[in-house]
Design a protein around this ligand. Sequence first.
Ligand SMILES: [Zn+2]
Length: 475
Amino acid sequence: MQTIPQAKIWTAAGWSAPRVLVQDVSGRLCPSPAVGVSGGIAGERGANDGPVQGAIQPGTTGSGAATARIVPGIANLHSHAFQRAMAGMAERQTDPADSFWTWRETMYRFAARFTPERLHAVAAQLYAEMLEAGYTTVCEFHYLHHAPDGRPYADPAAMSRALVAAARETGIRLTLLPVLYMTGGFDARPLSERQRRFGHDVDAYLGLLDILRVDEGDALRVGCALHSLRAVQPDAMREVLAALPRDSRIHIHIAEQTAEVDECVAVRGARPVRWLLDNAAVDSRWTLVHATHLDAGEVQGIARSGATVAICTTTEGNLGDGLFPLRDYLDAGGRWGVGSDSHISVSPVEELRWLEYGQRLVTRRRNIAVGTASTSVGETLMHGAMASAVAATGHAVGLLDDDRHADLLVLDTDAPAFAGATDDDAIDRWLFSGNRNLVRETWVGGRRVVAEGRHVQRDAIEARYRATMAELLAD
Ligand SMILES: [Zn+2]
């Protein structure tokens, strides 16, 4: 039987009193009965036993042990899984003017070497690392669709299925966002040779979504991604948006680079976020990735729309994108979350920490990301990340409320970083103290997939990843 100690639970109102969490057979949380809860994980008892199928239940906490603390798993709002394989391999200067655009050439060369099998191996390694770090849901912004020559595989969904298989193998909850990628710039130029495997016409793209939706369930949601305004022309955007199911999530790269902003102004007569707000019914189904370059009106416009901004702090820093105007956006009441994007870091702690540090560096002040609910930076960041999880992923995740998935992290409160911790500082200690991973266990849908800081299949997944890296580097 898998058990975890009775714990204080992080909620919208802060820490709860110590209690157990109870789940039904599908791994969703249900109300805790007052007494008499027993049983193990979901599924150990029959479906006729009533709603309480399993308790994430009291363990044998010895006297003197620290209070156990459980926080909700973090949703990773932006991932390109294949880029995990090139992390740390684009950090040598090739030109004094190195930029996002020269990095992109390296990325394209690497992308050309992926097969469905290699993508599965790299994605499984990445997803296991995410689970160990505290991400329990991932939004996969997937554009590596076809064979390197641009022709569809015999199964046009082969690459998508590799990602779904990696998610199933590791246990991470997946929001798969197949990407529509049609043109190489705002001027509608065709895709370059290196972009050919990314491309679809509208009908083929909608056909891909139809194929993938057959497998939707609690573990998999299929949404839509528009690569960017430069890669999807206005007519195609309207056609796809009109064809989507009403509750489909829609993600888009929007304003990552200043060159992209300038080109959008030149060709479409408006900055990218302004153009999108004026030309699409942007609402809470939308996630705007890298809304880095915003003017004051755009900050207000996104916040009013209810859309989520996916901030990828470490990647945006790595690529020299620019700094998101966090304080103004919080003041406007905007919704946001984080993503590991290119995976030069796979850690929600580092994403959240640097979200705050970037602001401190440019303002020369401290404790900037605080809200009305808390004067703690860590707590404000956790509240923010939780509040966007359902809207951005389409899954019942985020806070550990009744009827949401039992996706949670057991923090290692025996670690020195938590010595003497109180309810007032526990979240800040987790996010702002040291670099040791303080996630001891990760549970997704009531199933423990990380124990003692290690993914339960870490060794096998890592061995296959090493073999795949050897192949990728030999090509
Ligand atoms: Zn991206």
